[in-house]
Ligand binder design. Structure first.
Ligand SMILES: [Zn+2]
Length: 467
């Protein structure tokens, strides 16, 4: 910097000193008010929260609620009634047609090695076709990837393809490890049917070595009917055992039977409630999770937690006497797990009605200890969100960073909206994800409540500073 220029800069700095002090005071005051509100959210969530009691009911009285099931219909009525009881300004149901797949009888599977029969734990993947009633018995080819299937080609004819690429435990963010395996589950069956394989079994996507198979969505894409093969997840323990025995006897035969089927689409609903904005009622901030869950457990973490936290956000505003400037809308999306029809319908209708969504927040990563938020937005807004770090850090919300918003709010993406994902600790999530172990006893009351207060704090800051 040249000396003369430096002098001018110094003079300007001195002259504007007073002004700077004034604006600094305003900033300090605003932050002080913000920190009081945030503290109050946490105080009320932790001492007078309702999210845990609601989750107890949803999980233990209603249970697993796959789209199209009677339980999903009960959960919709429960959510609607709860929002009415909470006196939200508006509550309504939004029509959505959803797929209706159901599991049927409990699956069975076994293999024989050295004259010893080993029963193994499997579950049909969501969307799969059934096996013939007598089941399928065939030799197994173990593979690590979809690419390996393509390279084996015709060698797969008449065989059961066993996808066994494990969860990468070196990933600290377990969602990355999940992302690294999920192609096997989603596209395994689609990929091997064309080579004459007769079934696909897939290692459960978890780092936990146990005997609980983890279900999840699969797709046949647009392959021909005669190329569709049944597909199931196998527990990690059984996958390890099968892999070990296959090394000793590559000709051993695997047997499994499942009776799942797909019925015609069913009418269903997103449940929506809102607090109408006092200044900008036409500008909407949406907070939500998905009301449907897989059927093996009761869907407490995925995504009962997100549902009760989202409703609690609006309740915390009301309880603390905070009237939002923008409309704050709580959405319990239906059918995230096996179709995303709820998220798509919500975005379609928002577009058709020309609604102006300025932000959306989704909680769909479990009800664990808060770590932060991921955001997907324009650069200009990114700096604003990052400036909230010091305010949120004392609550353990240290990770405010760019990333994925959420599956259900994804279809809302546009140039103008900011999408957020609530980010709790991820280390235990995939122990339970889509398995029979995703149950209410795995949720810690305090962690769940901290999450609701974290989300309310973010929504408050968005309401205060975003236009
Ligand atoms: Zn989920």
């Amino acid at each position: 910097m040249k000396p003369v220029f430096t002098l001018i800069v110094l003079l300007i700095a001195l002259i504007s000193c007073n002004n700077n002090n004034t604006s600094k005071n305003i900033v300090t005051q605003v932050n002080k008010q913000d920190s009081i509100v945030v503290k109050n959210f946490f105080n009320t969530a932790l001492t007078n929260g309702q999210s845990y009691q609601w989750l107890d009911y949803l999980s233990n009285e209603i249970g697993g609620r796959l789209s199209g099931s009677p339980e999903s219909a009960t959960a919709i009525l429960w959510g609607e009634q709860l929002m009415r009881d909470l006196n939200f300004d508006k509550v309504w149901l939004q029509d959505v047609m959803v797929p209706h797949w159901f599991r049927g009888e409990k699956e069975e599977a076994s293999f024989t090695f050295n004259n010893t029969k080993y029963d193994v734990a499997i579950c049909a993947l969501g969307g799969s076709i059934a096996t013939p009633t007598e089941g399928i018995t065939a030799e197994v080819i173990e593979v690590q990837s979809l690419e390996e299937v393509e390279s084996l080609g015709e060698k797969l004819r008449g065989k059961i393809v066993f996808f066994n690429r494990p969860f990468d435990d070196t990933n600290i963010q377990t969602f990355k490890a999940y992302g690294g395996c999920v192609d096997q589950r989603y596209a395994g069956a689609m990929t091997c049917g064309k080579f004459g394989a007769i079934a696909a079994i897939v290692r459960s996507i978890t780092s936990s070595i146990d005997d609980y198979p983890h279900t999840g969505a699969m797709s046949y894409g647009d392959i021909a009917e005669n190329e569709k093969v049944p597909t199931a997840a196998i527990s990690t323990k059984a996958a390890n055992l099968l892999s070990e025995k296959l090394k000793e006897d590559p000709t051993l035969e695997f047997y499994f039977k499942q009776s799942c089927s797909t019925l015609p689409d069913e009418p269903s609903y997103n449940v929506i409630g809102e607090l109408t904005g006092s200044e900008f009622s036409d500008k909407i901030i949406t907070v939500g999770g998905h009301l449907d869950s897989w059927d093996l457990g009761d869907g407490s973490h995925d995504d009962g937690a997100g549902i009760v936290q989202s409703m609690e956000v609006l309740r915390l505003f009301m309880l603390n006497g905070i009237k939002p400037k923008h409309t704050i809308r709580c959405v319990l999306f239906i059918n995230e797990e096996n179709g995303l029809r709820g998220g798509k319908k919500y975005a379609d209708e928002a577009k058709a009605k020309n609604e102006n969504h300025i932000a959306a927040l989704e909680s769909d990563s479990g009800g664990f200890t808060p770590r932060g938020f991921t955001f997907d937005t324009s650069n200009e807004n990114a700096n604003l969100f990052l400036s909230w770090k010091p305010l949120l850090a004392p609550y353990g919300l240290n990770e405010i960073e760019e990333g994925h918003g959420g599956a259900d709010i994804g279809p809302l993406k546009s140039e103008t909206i900011s999408l957020f994902g609530y980010k709790p600790d991820s280390q235990r999530y995939f122990d339970y994800h889509h398995a029979a172990t995703d149950t209410f006893d795995k949720v810690n009351k305090r962690e769940l409540e901290l999450g609701a207060a974290s989300m309310a704090s973010l929504v408050y800051l968005l309401d205060t500073y975003l236009n």
